[in-house]
Write a protein that binds this ligand. Sequence first.
Ligand code: HEM
Length: 520
Amino acid sequence: MVQHYSFSGLAATIAIGAIASFIVWRKLTGPGGISGSAQSPLPRGPRGIPLIGNALDMVTRTPWLKFTEWAALYGCDVVYFSALGKNMILLNTYKAATDLLDVQGTIYSERPKFALAADYGGWGWLLPTLPYSGSRHFQTQRRFLNQHLNATAVNTYHELILRNVKILASNLLRHPDGFQKYNRMYAGANILDITYGHKVTAPDDPWIKQADDAFRTLEAFGLPGTHPIDIFPWLGKLPFWVWGRSFSKTMATMREAASVISQGPYESVKKQYIVGEAPRSMCASLIEANIDEDGRVNQEPDIISATAIVYIGGADTTVAVLDIFFLAMLLNPEVQKMAQQSLDAVLKGSRLPTFDDRNSLPYITAITKETLRWYPIFPAGVPHFSLQEGEYAGARIPASSMMIVNVWNITRSCDHPEEFLPDRFLENSEAKSVDNIVNPEDYIFGFGRRLCPGRNLALTSLWISMATVLALFDISPIEDADGHPTTPQVEFSNGVISCPKPFKCKFTPRSLQHEMLLRD
Ligand code: HEM
């Protein structure tokens, strides 16, 4: 769902890009071109190589580090650069991102085209790829998601989430080695129950596997947005054999996966609904609200898409943040101790946390925020696209620009950004008054009309899992053969989502009394 910018060695793309850039350049500078007219200047930014612009700067797995260098070098809220003839606008500060993407959301809410997956791979129904302007499907799907994932709706899922968090903790007790697998099971169990009423009882649940496999097909040719067809959609008109012998087969697999993941769970709930056996779920209630007397379901394609995107948008994201949280706890035992003291003061070791404890546990809320800030899972945001020309602080934002929020730079605009310091989010703490920091919940989930519709669910399921795990366990490094603790290397993989590479840690129940809370 995200476009990264590691244009992974695509020599062909660069060659095509050079030709395309040349054509654009001729248009701009030739007779009747707009160059040299009395327009506002573009924002400042790096000078690229003739024809290909700054494309080579982006041939890296961590383009946000380059973006953050540019933010410092040009010292301005908005930077302009180009790559392969495409306009790129980098929004380096929270203020610039809100001023443009929130306040002027009507201009900046499109997405760049993901032509490969959307037009040829069967994923054109996926909400993040839908156009914003003039799309009835976009409006309908966003409405369905908001109805079922707004803050009040999410409160009705508390019981279900509490059940699943207890299962997560029990699994950590029994299988501490498999915490990443059980994080995935926890996120999947919440989402599939809310969306389809499907109960997940094991980490290898077939619905989870099917959705994960389908999602992976989006990366069949590298990161979405990096194939030449994504960069120059007209290339999709060429016969498929141009792209190699296996291309057609891989595209067919992609289409099959997209169809199975969207239709399969929906058809199963519809069948249950018709015989009066559908458990409560988002899908069942959308069918109920839209079914005619003759059994025809109105807006069926939008119901199918809006429900399927919940898993695709929600599972990997939540798992990645939980993995980052475990890593942060492993590396910061003093933060664990502070958290446990605050939990013990409220729970007295005699019960598990509930959502009613939220106001009494500000330190846990601060840990949630610091986890989101410390290592953002979308360090370069999820790009928007501008349809028409705009202006910011006297500079021109050209039409057809990719709008990239430099989330990494925003998370680094505080004291000691590499340190994990939840105190910076506590009211009245010294750290807070020094930093005067923006709440990461206000930018990690994106902006404007594209703001993440799953943010309430994400924050709720993250908070309770962090509180529960910290209340019950000490998280510590595993020991090597000589019995010495081994601290893991902090390494991140940068796929669609940026998340820690597999690492190991130990979960030790804090006492027999704590362990007994799970056995009740
Ligand atoms: C910590 C977890 C999560 C993070 C950090 C996150 C972050 C984001 C971001 C940055 C965007 C792009 C917003 C923009 O374009 O400005 C987004 C979009 C989206 N997210 Fe999330 N998300 C999370 C969890 C979820 C969950 C649980 C769901 C489940 C419903 C979800 C569903 C979506 C969808 C459907 C979109 C596309 C919206 C659109 O294009 O209109 N996300 N998310």
